[in-house]
Unconditional design. Structure first.
Length: 480
């Protein structure tokens, strides 16, 4: 590592910074991945001194970092990198104080990580420029969501783009930093076994599920204005769809990989008007039990309107209108307060042309992103004993076991290091974000006209009954 850097984190006292970013930076420091001259400056409105912030940061890092990975001695050396600066991100005068505090860049890379609400993106960028802090060595990182619609995303992109060129804007989706997500590209493009059959002639359908057992926690104010579509499907699930469906890039670099993902988004068939009734399901969790505990209905959560019609569950049948995927449905599903936490991609292959045996099972490729990262291929095999009784068996690649001698990186570790090193491969390009919103916006408008009330489902269940009926009408069922 040869890059000196100032990492400035707006929203330095927020959950994202304390629970994800600082633990990731601690791991990078511990593993010797950071230049000795990398400095970390947390920015927030709370009136804290440096010692007060370090006490807060250490408490959270101890809670987030595995006990065997946390060392008080390592923390002391890491803490020497960390400082705190109290400021109001909306006040221009505070940026002049910040510029004075930082001094001259002298060739150092400056990374501005906006772990804030999206409505602060534009004023932060503008104020950085006015204070002379957006020079050629400055980079800006934007957390999702980038807006709440295509128009708002365009507005944000225009405002940020007026200050920072596209090459220095990093729109982050932490799912792209997960090891298994990148292994999906290795699986597809480094193994001759899969490429000939990775297409409509051999694949029956694809399911992508991101399920959470948690409710809205302390994000009620944000979530009630966003919902599952904006919070999860528009970014995380569509990114996973792109990696499953994209063509092989000419080269493994940011330009070509992101270009192929945009092509997938542009090929998605629009879902407009009352098509939302046939191709989507909206749901909202009610009271139920998870892990042996009673949990309240969504509308009784903190900071949620009692008559809220915000969806906490969404299922969509997506179709890609191109040569490779014509006729193959992609079922996307995400929800809160579901039966169990899981993120997985299921590739279901077509049955053999002629069934010789009574058991009519199909082959599946199951790619699990969480809670465990693994890839398994389900094949049919003869069970022991007389006769040809077939049973599905799994060829498993447990990534944790396969690479047990190497610590698994958290997504933010890889992504933060990529920003420092200037590698934008795993980040979203402007046209990618806008293409995603261009597909999602008509669905949201259709809901507003035809599907205002979400279907109820008890907490601890896998979404509303309508979601099961919706996929069964297509002759399929959700993978369990």
């Amino acid at each position: 590592m040869s890059i000196s850097c100032d990492m400035l984190v707006f929203g330095g006292t927020g959950d994202l910074t304390l629970h994800k970013l600082l633990p990731a930076l601690y791991h990078l420091h511990r593993d010797g991945r950071l230049h000795a001259d990398v400095r970390i400056l947390a920015l927030a409105r709370k009136k804290l001194d440096r010692d007060g912030y370090l006490a807060l940061a250490e408490r959270h890092c101890r809670a987030q970092v595995a006990r065997g990975d946390f060392s008080p001695d390592t923390w002391q050396t890491f803490a020497q990198r960390v400082d705190y600066f109290a400021m109001d991100a909306s006040q221009r005068s505070d940026y002049l104080r910040l510029a004075q505090h930082l001094g001259q860049a002298n060739g150092r890379v400056r990374v501005y990580y906006l772990a804030t609400a999206p409505d602060l993106f534009e004023p932060i960028a503008a104020n950085l420029e006015s204070a002379g802090l957006a020079g050629d060595d400055a980079r800006i990182v934007l957390e999702k969501p980038i807006g709440h619609s295509l128009d708002s995303a365009l507005e944000i992109n225009e405002a940020i783009g007026a200050v920072f060129p596209e090459a220095r804007i990093y729109r982050i989706d932490h799912y792209l930093g997960k090891e298994t997500v990148q292994n999906l590209m290795a699986l597809r493009f480094a193994n001759a076994l899969f490429e000939p059959i990775w297409r409509a002639g051999h694949i029956d359908h694809v399911q992508i599920t991101v399920a959470e057992t948690l409710g809205v926690e302390n994000r009620g104010g944000y979530y009630d204005n966003a919902g599952a579509m904006r919070d999860m499907l528009q970014n995380h699930l569509l990114q996973l769809l792109c990696l499953v469906a994209m063509e092989a890039p000419v080269r493994f670099d940011a330009k070509h990989i992101r270009g192929e993902k945009v092509k997938v988004l542009e090929a998605l068939k629009p879902i407009t008007g009352n098509d939302v009734l046939d191709k989507t399901v909206r749901g909202q969790y009610g009271a139920g039990r998870i892990g042996g505990h009673d949990v309240p209905a969504y509308y009784f959560e903190p900071n949620i309107d009692n008559d809220s019609d915000t969806e906490t569950f969404v299922a969509v049948k997506a179709e890609i209108d191109n040569w490779r995927w014509a006729g193959v449905p992609f079922y996307l599903r995400t929800g809160k307060r579901m039966a169990r936490k899981r993120s997985e991609i299921i590739i279901t292959f077509k049955q053999v042309p002629h069934l010789l045996f009574a058991k009519g099972e199909v082959n599946r490729l199951v790619i699990s992103l969480q809670p465990e990262e693994s890839i398994s291929l389900q094949l049919m095999a003869k069970a022991p004993g007389k006769g040809m009784q077939l049973e599905p068996v799994e060829l498993d690649l447990n990534l944790a076991h396969a690479f047990s001698s190497t610590r698994r990186w958290e997504a933010y570790e890889r992504l933060l290091l990529d920003v420092i090193e200037g590698d934008s491969t795993l980040f979203m390009r402007r046209d990618e974000v806008e293409a995603a919103w261009n597909w999602v916006d008509p669905i949201l408008r259709g809901w507003s006209s035809y599907y205002r009330k979400p279907r109820p489902y008890p907490a601890g269940e896998d979404g509303p009954e309508q979601a099961h009926q919706f996929i069964e009408r297509q002759g399929h069922s959700w993978w369990q």
